[in-house]
Design a binder for this molecule. Structure first.
Ligand code: ATP
Ligand code: MG
Length: 421
């Protein structure tokens, strides 16, 4: 029969890798909670219109990457990102009345129909956070500090934080004009996509991954030269705030990000090596207009998202992947009485959360020993009629081989294992 395969660009994940995934997710949860962010979970399926309106009609995500299909008379899609969904949920549930603020984080799968390659998949996972209702630059700084603390807790090194400002919506128009004039002079050298962007969404050219576009972008006009006083002061407050906290950063004047909703501060954390062109591990920025665009009151906001697959790749490359751990104890049954006793003790210990293995295949003592070895158990214990009659057995520490006599009782075993380093 024809074998069935996973959908292209979508990965199966197994325990050996998931140990590192969990470490990433746990570090994110701990750090976000320390910074005052509560969790939010929103549906994976949303109305397509949410992203067309939220992310922007001329973005790569909306023009070519969405998994959309008809659901009755509506078009729905698998979410390509989560900021729009979070904002929709906040507005829908009335969480953003005047002067309200909300800080939330999320972890979950996103879907984009991109060309799969290392660090780029069609189902991938993001962890991210949104702070809604704050206009102060100190919240932009706090969000970057949260990312720095998270990466630190994980032990990720060799990354740098890039920051830029896009100015506000009013400054965007004249800046776009300046970009159009500049790229217009170089139209023949642009990629086909960017020729189109010249009329549809000129800022997107700065975010292009095409080498020709990237070379031209280096000489393009800079947002920094098109800022009004308020945006300039905001950006200065961001860079000063980062410096005050001792968070290293580089101002990157051509950084724009691939989503239309950003205003003012934008930032990226990029890996200096190892991920090739997929080197952005986290990215975000301020989006003061999005809540209103999605039908809410005007509410300033800032957020970020990080790609879990890329963080895991970085940890693996740096030799920092979590090792799969073995059981605490492998109980070996030497005969029928021993097996029965092993089952009973295992049940008691497992109910306390101690990881215990037993044999289910009627194997010989020698084969069970090999099984214990292969499982990398910390302790083993052989149980047979003799031990049961005596009410005690030898608890053997696998590393070192030292042995202690322990009563065949759940409490005694638990205490003994905890007492041995
Ligand atoms: P890139 O420039 O790499 O395409 P992006 O600008 O599309 O990234 P965002 O939409 O800002 O990325 O998403 C934030 C993060 O999510 C990225 O920095 C990256 O770590 C991760 N990410 C985005 N798309 C993918 C994907 N297809 N596969 C794996 N991770 C992804
Ligand atoms: Mg992308």
């Amino acid at each position: 029969m024809e074998t069935l395969r996973a959908v292209k660009g979508m990965n199966d994940l197994f325990e050996d890798e998931l140990a590192t995934w969990r470490r990433v997710e746990e570090a994110a949860r701990r750090t976000c909670s320390a910074f005052g962010y509560g969790e939010i979970r929103t549906p994976i399926l949303e109305e397509t219109a949410l992203f067309v309106r939220g992310v922007g009609e001329e973005t790569d995500i909306v023009t070519k990457e969405m998994y959309a299909f008809a659901d009755g008379d509506k078009s729905v899609c698998l979410r390509p990102e989560n900021t729009a969904g979070v904002v929709r949920a906040m507005v829908e549930h009335g969480k953003l009345p005047a002067d309200a603020d909300e800080r939330v984080f999320y972890v979950g799968p996103m879907f984009r129909r991109e060309r799969p390659q290392k660090g780029r998949y069609r189902q991938f996972h993001q962890l991210g956070a949104e702070a809604l209702g704050f206009s102060s630059a100190s919240v932009d700084v706090e969000m970057m500090a949260m990312i720095a603390a998270f990466l630190d807790a994980l032990g990720v090194t060799g990354v740098k934080l890039l920051v830029n400002t896009l100015g506000d919506a009013a400054e965007r128009g004249p800046y776009a004009d300046a970009l159009r004039a500049y790229f217009g002079q170089h139209e023949a050298e642009l990629s086909e996509d960017s020729k189109r962007r010249l009329t549809t969404n000129v800022l997107r050219i700065l975010d292009s991954k095409d080498p020709k576009d990237r070379a031209l972008a280096q000489g393009a006009p800079r947002t920094l030269d098109h800022l009004g006083d308020a945006s300039r002061a905001h950006f200065d407050a961001v860079t000063n705030g980062l410096a005050r906290l001792g968070i290293p950063f580089v101002v990157e004047p051509t950084l724009v990000r691939g989503l239309d909703y950003y205003t003012r501060t934008v930032f990226e954390v990029v890996a200096e090596a190892g991920l090739g062109a997929q080197n952005t591990v986290a990215a975000g920025g301020r989006y003061d207009g999005l809540v209103q665009t999605l039908g809410g009151r005007p509410t300033p906001a800032v957020g970020f998202a990080a790609g879990i697959e890329r963080l895991v790749l970085l940890l693996q490359d740096a030799g920092k992947a979590a090792n799969a751990t073995g059981p605490e104890l492998y109980l070996i049954g030497a005969d029928d009485d021993g097996r029965a006793s092993a089952e009973r003790l295992a049940y008691g210990l497992r109910r306390r959360g101690v990881r215990v293995e037993i044999d289910h295949r009627g194997r010989s003592v020698k084969a069970q020993m090999r099984g214990a070895d292969r499982s990398a158990a910390r302790f083993t214990m052989v149980l047979g009629s003799r031990e049961i009659a005596g009410g005690a057995a030898d608890l053997k520490r696998m590393a070192g081989g030292d042995v202690s006599r322990v009563a065949l009782d759940v409490d005694a075993l638990d205490v003994a294992m905890k007492g041995i380093a």
